[in-house]
Ligand binder design. Sequence first.
Ligand code: G3P
Length: 217
Amino acid sequence: MKFFIDTANLDQIKEAQALGILDGVTTNPSLMAKEGITGADNILNHYKAICNIVEGDVSAEVIATDFDGMIAQGEELAALNPQIVVKLPMIADGVKACKYFSDKGIKTNMTLVFSAGQALLAAKAGATYVSPFIGRLDDISTDGLNLISEIRLIYDNYGFETQILAASVRHTMHIIDCAKLRSDVMTGPLSAIKGLLKHPLTDNGLAKFLADYKKGN
Ligand code: G3P
């Protein structure tokens, strides 16, 4: 399973990259705003900065909600760097734009996906990635992980190559469950990724090894 970090914070991206386990980055307008990145030029420059830190795919989201606007913005984003994946909302014009970019060989990520039917449409449109938001489904008492299972089944039934990118991942158990369910990618916060490291027996065991070493030296 690929690990993407879901942030626009450059320090956190650098920290995840330094761990050696990072495969890419996802962002969205809310994450950009959280870092105080506003204005079209600043946002484009920020995407370039992210691409300079990581080697993998970097999802950059269009703001337009009409087909022509999505094409114009998506082409501008894709021209920034070959790592850029054009992120499109799961609405009718987003599906059309996804097909347009897929036909041109430009990578796409269909976002704000909350149902298996939406994921089926994304695959039909040739999306590189589909982003089911599991945490936001959990927020409304709906099983987000069940959506990952449904999409996995449907994609495997027909050999769709669209990669399932589990998004809105909030904690370590989401990551582990996504891996069990054969999600292709998960994107989550640095805290969830680093949370996978933690185990008290590791810390206690290491402390004991070091103490025993000191006794003998
Ligand atoms: O990857 C999608 C993500 O940014 C949304 O996460 O926590 O706002 O639901 P969240």
